[in-house]
Write a protein of this length. Structure first.
Length: 216
């Protein structure tokens, strides 16, 4: 029997993991910046955790009104220009195809430093005109038994669980790895009970800079 056929993928959840094996020295410089910010602001109102309005439970997170990528640190600028923006452009090209050429990606970043017992409750990133979210692992404790410190994503089509699909997808963090995913993809971070810092930079990539173009 003759037939014609067309297969489409509806509402895909695209996740990209990009690892930077040579980022060790840069990670040390970035962590020095984050450690300095944490020491200076952890016990002040500039610690976003103190508001009780964000998903991070315990530890330190940069102030909600500050874009980390606008700070004048060479390591942060290099991370933004050499790692975040190229990865974001590749992700957007894969997801949006030719439409991605109309974007002028603007990164809005923040950082958090978690310690023993800290975690992040389930959340997503509803920022207006946000087209992709990311997390980059700067520093991790030397030993974290799974699933401690892992990031876990919820299946966005919950009814599919009734048909044999898993309810969550867990990823194991690794220093020097960046994960990009859709802004609506709900996720959380397991608490951990080992000593050491879990330092990350998270970010939203907006389709355009609010009110203008991004200039490096």
């Amino acid at each position: 029997m003759e037939f014609t056929q067309n297969i489409e993928i509806h509402y895909p959840t695209t996740v990209m993991q990009r690892h930077f094996p040579g980022a060790g020295e840069l990670n040390e410089k970035i962590f020095s910046v984050l450690q300095s910010l944490s020491t200076q602001f952890a016990d002040t109102a500039q610690n976003a955790v103190s508001s009780g309005l964000i998903s991070t439970q315990g530890g330190y997170q940069t102030a909600t009104n500050m874009n980390l990528f606008t700070l004048k640190f060479e390591s942060i600028t290099r991370f933004r220009d050499e790692m975040v923006l190229p990865a974001a452009r590749d992700y957007l090209s894969h997801v949006f195809g030719d439409q991605a050429a109309h974007f002028n990606p603007w990164p809005d970043g923040w950082a958090n430093v978690l310690k023993k017992g800290n975690w992040q409750r389930p959340h997503f990133h509803p920022t207006q005109r946000n087209v992709v979210c990311g997390v980059y692992y700067v520093k991790l404790p030397e030993s974290m038994p799974e699933p401690q410190g892992n990031i876990e994503f919820f299946n966005p089509i919950q009814v599919s669980v009734n048909h044999g699909f898993p309810s969550t997808r867990r990823l194991v963090p690794k220093e020097g790895t960046m994960i990009l995913f859709p802004p609506w993809y709900i996720h959380y971070v397991y608490p951990f009970s080992t000593d050491g810092d879990r330092a990350i930079i998270a970010f939203d990539i907006l389709a355009q800079k609010p009110g203008g173009r991004f200039v490096t």
